[in-house]
Design a protein around this ligand. Structure first.
Ligand code: A2P
Length: 345
């Protein structure tokens, strides 16, 4: 008989949390019991899990007793407070927030790229930033074949990256503006409807945003390559779901666009859509509810001897968050040696 697990989802009422529940069911994760947790705002609410209405519980210090693993998507503050409590209670945490990603005790995992790094976990495993995940899934085959020295990326990120509140903000502002009313601003520092904001997360002293530096630092950690150079500009665009990225790379050795296309075609988790003559290229509208990273517009970077340019698209809530987290959970239960915690502060 397949072993079944006691599973928790923290942030189960949120945009990613809801998708985590969908992915757990879709992928037939072996669940014995499922506990859905959120803040006290959600007390009294239920969430639907394939026809079962589950009562949302307010998270607290005792919430993780008896759980084998929990997937967190409730922001950094909740992760900071509850991930160590859970790990010490014997519940392995897969965390979607940025809180633990750069902690040396915490593996940062994309299952297609560095599953071996899971071995070092002590009870907390981090899910990378959505924009990092889709970029690195697309670049991994090229990195392995010819090396990558430098990455330049510009992102076009949808508002669902800010959770349901981002989705509501864009819907409300668009409705207001299209009906001649004033757009109310509450989530972003400026209007997002009919606009683009070169600003995601807060600004740092070096002029970059935290989101941009996540792409830099997480790439180095996931590829385990201190020499790789990364620079990013992250832009919020008025789109509900799906992130797109223009990516330029300088490779270690020359690779033609044809050879790169061939490599990507054979790689797990990637779909190549690259036939510009008939207007075929990946678009955010194509990737919704899919787990694959879509890559197209693969071409030589004419400004650089060993350069390639490409366009990378994925569902930020699926492969960028929920699917990747559930894939990590699948890796965990595949190897009983990984089902342990020894977290200490
Ligand atoms: P709640 O619905 O009770 O506020 P989104 O990313 O769509 O904004 O969702 C965030 C998720 O994280 C929601 O489920 C939200 O619960 C949950 N959440 C946010 N802050 C906390 C917190 N401090 N403790 C527990 N859950 C939280």
């Amino acid at each position: 008989m397949t072993k079944k697990y006691n599973v928790g989802v923290l942030g189960a009422t949120g945009a990613v949390g809801q998708q985590i529940l969908t992915c757990l069911g879709e992928r037939i994760f072996p669940i014995d019991s499922l506990k859905v947790l959120a803040s006290e705002r959600s007390v009294g609410k239920t969430v639907d899990f394939y026809g079962d209405l589950l009562k949302v519980e307010k998270v607290g210090p005792d919430s993780f007793n008896g759980l084998d693993l929990a997937i967190f998507s409730a922001g950094s503050e909740a992760s900071s407070e509850y991930a160590p409590i859970a790990a010490k209670a014997g519940c392995i945490v897969i965390d979607n927030s940025s809180k633990w990603r750069m902690d040396s005790r915490v593996p940062l995992i994309i299952p297609e790229i560095n599953p071996g790094a899971m071995k070092k976990h002590k009870g907390i495993i981090a899910n990378p930033n959505c924009s990092t995940i889709q970029m690195l899934v697309a670049l991994k085959p090229i990195y392995d074949a010819v090396g990558i020295k430098r990455i330049v990326v510009s992102t076009y990120q949808s508002v669902s990256g800010s959770g349901y509140k981002g989705v509501k903000e864009l819907a409300n502002q668009s409705t207001s503006l299209l009906t001649g009313q004033e757009a109310k601003i509450s989530v972003y520092p400026h209007r997002i409807a009919f606009n683009c904001l070169p600003h995601i997360d807060s600004f740092l002293d070096n002029g970059y945003t935290k989101e941009e530096m996540k792409m830099v630092n997480e790439t180095i950690k996931i590829f385990d390559d201190k020499n790789i150079k990364v620079t990013a500009t992250c832009v919020r665009i008025p789109l509900f779901y799906g992130h797109s990225e223009a990516v330029w790379i300088e490779t270690g050795r020359h690779i033609s666009p044809e050879a790169a296309r061939e490599l990507l075609n054979r790689a797990p988790g990637i779909v190549v859509i690259d036939d510009p003559e008939i207007n075929r290229y990946p678009m955010a509208s194509d990737c919704i509810n899919l787990d694959e990273v879509m890559v197209g517009r693969i071409r030589a970077d004419l400004s650089c001897e060993n350069g390639l340019a490409m366009w990378v698209v994925a569902d930020n809530i699926r492969k960028g968050a929920a699917t990747n987290a559930v894939q990590i959970a699948e890796l965990l239960i595949k190897d009983s040696k990984l089902m342990k915690t020894d977290w200490s502060d």
